[in-house]
Write a protein that binds this ligand. Structure first.
Ligand code: ADP
Ligand code: MG
Length: 560
């Protein structure tokens, strides 16, 4: 055992700290830990540069715990983190590593919670204070002496703190600390603003830089998929059918997109939730907790909301919207492949965004291979496999519990067992497409991957789904999954516009705007995409609806 944990044992950390690290399940120190722990243990100032997911927390938490005096009941170490989530994460990590050190307490100090209990915890002798700069300054304004005993300061994710505008707060905090303290700064990047802080507030710091780009990225299998912007949701739904994921995070650019995509996923039966800056802090934490413990499998997040999110279950990252820069791409995909696990990252690229893909490839020094949308056969196979998996355990004793009922139903209905089984299957699969033709109809159309060569390839039989613009023009407008196309005989010649149809369906049908898909008004008829789920009920509801004085008479429309 000692040999197995030789890596951590070699640091000569306090035995109770080592024991806690072993209990946590860490076997070997990560590169940043390997280099930082001895430096911090010796009391040097330090600048550590390493990407997300490299184990920076333990890199400072272990040596700091080693250096504090548990017998002294006063703040001795201050860790500053950019957000409440990160502060809580760091505080939790400290608690884990300090589990076997009686008398050591940790307090997390952040906004959005009452100040009283935080101050009380500090005064009651917490040795470790983990804080966001803003709230800590509030405390300092009330009591400028609260930090007078702190002799270790850690700036965690310093670049993020500056991005969030904490520069002035940091200066206030530096002034409130003894000048003799030890200062350690961790940052993924070292822009000039960070170097300037280091210059002014660190004393003869040692530098540790871990080149993690390759390390972070190699454990992650990356791929991209070309898709039209308006077909992203259906592309995502297709991908989910064939990807074997445990937990998954999807990145989008806007708050609205987190909500839209999360509800589209929920509608398909996925355990999904949105995570964005508008969502209250405690609700955000609940979402992250739920993702950790499996109550949720998919979180749809904006970059800001997902900052620091660390959930080892995450096997997949979907970049549904392009990140703004290659750095945030690396950041995003670092959410998977945590602690050496394998992860998979998929990037949706619209035709206009191909450039950005090239930039990402250049900066990460890696090719992001192209994948295709799963074809109808793959989707069908995946659906049948899921169905098989869900039915197999039921077959075991179903005959003993339901066999007699079956006999009776067959007799009462007067049908064959096969007919009855088929009816039950139809019911159990609840309108899900389970034939190639039906799946093919629902598939989003993908852009061709090489537009300029399109004409050369349009006859190539090797690439049937990429055979060029012609097919795209002739193909019916693809229907998003979960939607049914309905037809009314009212059209432009009846004085109908799309907004009239929309208004009537919204008012009379009681639907949300998002539930209604594309509306196409032709001269003598119109087509409206409506949710498959509950369609019959909806059509009944709309039975007597009139638009422009005429009966709407909406019916399900089948192309074939
Ligand atoms: P960073 O701050 O660099 O983004 P964290 O400190 O949050 O990284 O660590 C990332 C993950 O790796 C956490 O889940 C942490 O528990 C885990 N971890 C850290 N060090 C080790 C180690 N030596 N062995 C295994 N897992 C580790
Ligand atoms: Mg960190």
């Amino acid at each position: 055992m000692t040999q197995e944990f030789g890596g951590f044992a070699a640091f000569e950390l306090h035995p109770n700290i080592l024991a806690a690290v072993i209990a946590t399940g860490y076997e070997e120190p990560s590169a940043i830990q390997q280099q930082s722990i001895p430096i911090i243990m010796e009391g040097h100032d330090m600048i550590g540069q390493a990407q997300t997911g490299t184990g920076k927390t333990a890199a400072f938490a272990l040596p700091i715990l080693h250096r504090i005096d548990p017998a002294k009941r006063e703040p001795q170490a201050l860790i500053l983190a950019p957000t409440r989530e990160l502060a809580l994460q760091v505080a939790t990590a400290f608690e884990t590593y300090a589990k076997q050190m009686p008398g050591v307490t940790v307090v997390a100090v952040y906004g959005g919670a009452p100040m009283g209990p935080q101050l009380k915890a500090i005064r009651n002798g917490a040795q470790i204070v983990v804080a966001t700069p803003g709230r800590l300054c509030d405390h300092l304004r009330r009591d400028e002496k609260v930090l007078a005993t702190v002799n270790h300061l850690v700036l965690d994710e310093a670049d993020e703190m500056l991005k969030l505008g904490f520069m002035d707060d940091l200066e206030v905090i530096f002034k409130a600390l003894p000048p003799t303290r030890q200062t350690v700064l961790f940052s993924a990047t070292l822009p000039q603003s960070i170097r300037a802080i280091a210059e002014r507030h660190l004393r003869d710091p040692k530098h540790v830089k871990i080149q993690t780009k390759t390390q972070t990225v190699t454990a992650i299998e990356q791929a991209h998929l070309l898709v039209h912007a308006d077909q992203k949701t259906s592309a995502v739904l297709s991908l989910l059918e064939v990807e074997d994921f445990d937990a998954l995070i999807m990145f989008v650019r806007t708050k609205q997109a987190t909500l839209d995509l999360a509800s589209a996923l929920e509608a398909k039966g996925y355990k999904a939730a949105a995570l964005n800056g508008d969502i209250a802090q405690n609700q955000r934490e609940r979402v992250i907790e739920s993702l950790k413990d499996g109550r949720l499998d998919i979180v749809v997040a904006t970059d800001v909301a997902a900052r620091g999110l660390d959930v080892p279950r995450i096997t997949h990252v979907f970049n549904v919207d392009m990140p703004y820069d290659p750095e945030s791409y690396v950041h995003r995909i670092g959410r998977t492949g945590r602690a050496g696990r394998e992860g998979r990252a998929l990037l949706l690229v619209t035709p206009r965004e191909r450039r950005m893909l090239q930039v990402i490839e250049r900066v990460t020094g890696q090719k992001v291979a192209e994948v295709r949308l799963p074809d109808a056969q793959a989707v069908l196979d995946a659906r049948i496999k899921k169905l098989t998996n869900s039915l197999t355990p039921l077959v075991g004793d179903a005959e003993s519990t339901h066999g007699d009922l079956l006999d009776r139903l067959i007799a009462d209905i007067g049908c064959s067992p096969r007919a009855l089984a088929a009816a039950l299957l139809r019911k159990a699969t609840n309108g899900q497409a389970l034939t190639l033709a039906a799946i093919e109809r629902d598939r989003p159309l993908v852009p061709t991957s090489a537009p300029r060569e399109r004409s050369d390839r349009s006859s190539s039989s090797e690439r049937p789904e990429r055979s060029g613009a012609d097919r795209e023009r002739r193909a019916p407008v693809p229907l998003a999954e979960g939607r049914a196309r309905c037809r009314t005989a009212l059209g432009a010649r009846d004085g109908i516009a799309a907004k009239n149809l929309l208004g009537a369906i919204l008012n009379e049908g009681g639907l949300a705007r998002e539930a209604i898909g594309r509306i196409q008004v032709r001269d003598s008829f119109s087509l409206v995409e409506l949710p498959e789920d509950g369609l019959e009920r909806l059509l009944t509801k709309l039975k007597d609806t009139r638009v422009a004085g005429k009966q709407l008479k909406l019916r399900r429309y089948r192309e074939d």
